[in-house]
Design a protein around this ligand. Structure first.
Ligand SMILES: Cc1cc2nc3c(=O)[nH]c(=O)nc-3n(C[C@H](O)[C@H](O)[C@H](O)COP(=O)(O)O)c2cc1C
Length: 255
């Protein structure tokens, strides 16, 4: 095998933990953090001997949409890939199928895939504290199984759930903003994967660019950034009512 790379887009860190755990189960690996805009702007070429683990969070049942297309710079050459979709205990819908379909168009071929549960971005009451130690052990074990399956079946016969055309990508009708506690330290500017917070006006958010990932809310050291308004409150209460009681487990797909 050539190089193993853990590739992830992970504004609040859940996806990163799972992708790295899967990679750990396979072997020693390097990381490519597509959350970072400068990293995402470069091109990355992988050979047929390499192996990648590619993970994204599920947004509205889909792969997150960014103006610059988060997978754009990845180029495979028949490169085997393990896919991961990380979701907040509702559903992953078409995200895994979309991730695999889009990566395949860019020269990768799926050998295994998984959908994992992590704490929901919009509420710490949904799948609270996940991934936990058990989740990460399952992801690591899945990495070992994916490696063994690859040697035996080379991805032939892998089948993923989901529908085409993919469900429509909605955009939540709320955005985070900074309040008067803001010290203009620039943490939100640095972590925003979409460039939606301008350094000269860090309390504001460009609603057209914002992907509602809430990385800025998590990163603010003085808790000045929040999503306000009745709509956000209604959405989170509804999600908590539906999703806080029962927690889902990982779904693993091997040929
Ligand atoms: C805009 C947005 C849309 C989301 N849509 C879904 C969804 O459709 N289904 C679901 O179960 N979780 C959904 N989530 C929750 C995230 O998938 C989940 O919290 C994930 O762990 C976030 O990944 P990260 O920690 O790597 O940023 C959504 C989160 C955001 C911010």
């Amino acid at each position: 095998m050539g190089n193993l790379t853990a590739i992830y887009f992970s504004p609040t860190g859940g996806t990163k933990q799972y992708v790295c755990a899967v990679a750990r189960g396979i072997g020693s690996y390097g990381e490519l953090n597509l959350t970072d805009r400068e990293t995402r702007a470069r091109e990355y070429t992988f050979s047929a001997d390499d192996l990648v683990v590619v993970g994204v969070p599920v947004y509205y049942g889909r792969v997150p949409q960014l103006p610059d297309d988060l997978l754009r710079g990845l180029h495979g050459d028949g490169t085997p890939a393990v896919f991961a979709a990380v979701y907040g205990n509702r559903e992953f819908d078409d995200a895994l199928l979309e991730l695999s379909g889009r990566c395949e168009k860019q020269g990768f071929r799926g050998v295994a895939a998984a959908a994992f549960v992590a704490q929901h971005t919009f509420s710490a009451k949904i799948a609270a504290g996940r991934p936990d130690a058990d989740d990460l052990l399952i992801a690591e074990e899945f990495g070992r199984s994916a490696k063994a399956s690859m040697a035996e079946k080379d991805g032939k016969g892998l089948s993923l759930p989901g529908n085409r055309p993919y469900r429509s990508f909605q955009v939540a009708p709320f955005i985070p903003k900074g309040d008067k506690k803001c010290t203009a330290c620039g943490a939100c500017v640095r972590v925003c994967p979409a460039g939606a917070v301008a350094p000269e006006m860090p309390r504001q958010t460009d609603a057209k660019k914002c992907i509602r990932c809430l990385a800025c809310v998590h990163a603010c050291p003085v808790h000045a950034r929040k999503v306000g308004g009745p709509v956000y409150g209604m959405v989170t209460r509804k999600l908590e009512k539906e999703l806080a009681k029962t927690e889902k487990e990982a779904r693993l797909f091997l040929p």
